[in-house]
Design a protein around this ligand. Structure first.
Ligand code: ZN
Length: 474
């Protein structure tokens, strides 16, 4: 099963990227939508109903999602829904009756303000097998946060050890189940990386793990329930979930300098990244990375940039910031510029102006929430934009002048070749930090550009030193 999930992710990633630079992006996404139906159903929870979105025509799409009384929360959830639909439609190549996308949710109340939804996504493209994917999203009614993640608990070995200890202690203290307990089975349960922990319920103070027969012990154990304090589990939860529970944004790591009274005032004003003092006569190049942050690839890239002391610019998607907020925080902490690349990577020429404004404003709000920067630049997905819209938005646009086509080739040599053939003083280079090949290419790219006498600048610095036209080319 894991293999299929992996394959599914790859196909998704390839197709997402293939579309990323295609200005003739198929506009069939919204076709037929008006015929589609949405029904609302009451639940045992008074705070929300469950909506079922259903397509009337091929392909079959059926998506369940919660509808709260708060429009702000609903809009965020609908964005996830539409993102799932868009990603699926991009993969569908024909009218095959087997094409289907079904998303089901299982709601759990964590406390008065916070609900979790275990989401199961099943998809089939043509005659493929059914791919299945799980994730969890959390909603905080008080703070309005909606966070989505693949794992309920952090996946590192230290966290899993702590989880084992907590459960092991609770089981050992319960005389009715302890005699039948097999701790190697519990070990396998907590360390299984595909375990998404769907078996947890919550009451006021406790999290209750409901185990299957023989899952952690002998048959005589029955189907045991193991109660542990909720507050002991919170530190082990995935950070996106934790932030949703606490209703707080993550804090950037403490720096060496102590917070002075002055720095508090600075927080009030818009904060742009400082423009460094550089030699204006030396050649400059800006490395820009789109479509992240993505925890594994972006963090590897950040390690490399840090090792070579290179500053770059990251055009982030709001939806990805919600998934990987800590990675966004790290990008800021390490002095890279953060730009706005829309919330859901739609073609802005295919949506209403209200939607464009929401896509931009929501993403800027997320950047401000998780970093100390206010983005100065918006880079439209696919570079698809026009002067009329540009004049109506309250953020500058930034394009690129060298397209490495990394989204197409996925090849480190081809990426370097595109750069060698096209780079010049003032070039803004387009890369994607969601691809490992692009990250793998970066050492050679930096070494080559350094040997050619370039200094690496952010897009703000490029505009400052070489003129704003450097950002307008594409
Ligand atoms: Zn993009």
């Amino acid at each position: 099963m894991k293999k299929y999930i992996f394959l599914f992710s790859i196909i998704l990633a390839v197709l997402t990227l293939a579309a990323c630079n295609n200005e003739d992006l198929a506009n069939n996404i919204n076709n037929g939508k008006s015929n589609d139906s949405i029904q609302h159903m009451d639940t045992e929870f008074s705070e929300f109903k469950i909506a079922t979105y259903q397509s009337k025509e091929n392909p079959l799409i059926e998506i369940k999602y919660p509808v709260f009384k708060n429009d702000d929360i609903n809009n965020k959830i609908i964005r996830y829904r539409d993102h799932d639909i868009t990603e699926f439609i991009k993969m569908v190549k024909d009218d095959n009756e087997n094409n289907l996308l079904i998303i089901d949710i299982d709601p759990k109340q964590f406390n008065d303000d916070v609900y979790f939804f275990n989401k199961t996504k099943k998809a089939r493209i043509s005659d493929s097998d059914i791919f299945s994917q799980h994730n969890i999203f959390a909603v905080n009614l008080k703070s309005g946060q909606v966070g989505s993640t693949e794992s309920f608990f952090k996946t590192d070995s230290k966290t899993r050890e702590s989880l084992f200890k907590i459960l092991d202690e609770a089981i050992s203290a319960d005389g009715s189940i302890f005699p039948y307990y097999q701790h190697h089975k519990l070990e396998a349960y907590v360390n299984n990386q595909t375990n998404v922990f769907l078996n947890i319920e919550f009451d006021d103070d406790y999290a209750i793990f409901q185990f299957d027969s023989e899952e952690i012990g002998l048959p005589a154990m029955g189907t045991p329930k193991v109660k542990v304090l909720k507050k002991d589990l919170i530190p082990l939860m995935d950070e996106t979930i934790q932030h949703c529970i606490t209703g707080q944004k993550p804090k950037p790591e403490e720096t060496d300098s102590k917070e002075t009274e002055g720095s508090k005032d600075n927080k009030q004003a818009k904060e742009y990244l400082t423009i460094r003092e550089l030699d204006p006569n030396q050649k400059m190049v800006a490395l820009t990375f789109d479509d992240g942050p993505k925890s594994d690839t972006t963090n590897k890239l950040l390690d490399k940039l840090q090792a070579k002391n290179v500053k770059a610019s990251f055009f982030m998607l709001g939806s990805s910031i919600e998934t990987s907020p800590d990675t966004a925080t790290r990008v800021d902490r390490e002095g890279h510029e953060i730009g706005n690349h829309s919330y859901s990577h739609q073609d802005m020429m295919q949506v209403s102006f209200d939607e464009i404004r929401a896509e931009i404003n929501d993403t800027s709000a997320l950047i401000e929430m998780y970093t100390n920067q206010t983005p100065k630049f918006f880079r439209p997905p696919y570079g698809s934009f026009n002067a009329t819209i540009e004049a109506k938005i309250n953020i500058e646009t930034a394009y690129w002048s060298v397209d490495t086509k990394d989204w197409l080739t996925h090849n480190t040599d081809a990426i370097l070749k595109e750069i060698k053939e096209n780079v010049q003083d003032g070039s803004v280079i387009l890369l994607h930090d969601i691809h490992m090949e692009s990250v793998d290419a970066i050492d050679d790219v930096i070494d080559y550009l350094t040997s050619e006498g370039y200094q690496f600048v952010t897009v703000s610095e490029m505009s400052h030193y070489k003129g704003e036209n450097t950002l307008k080319m594409r």
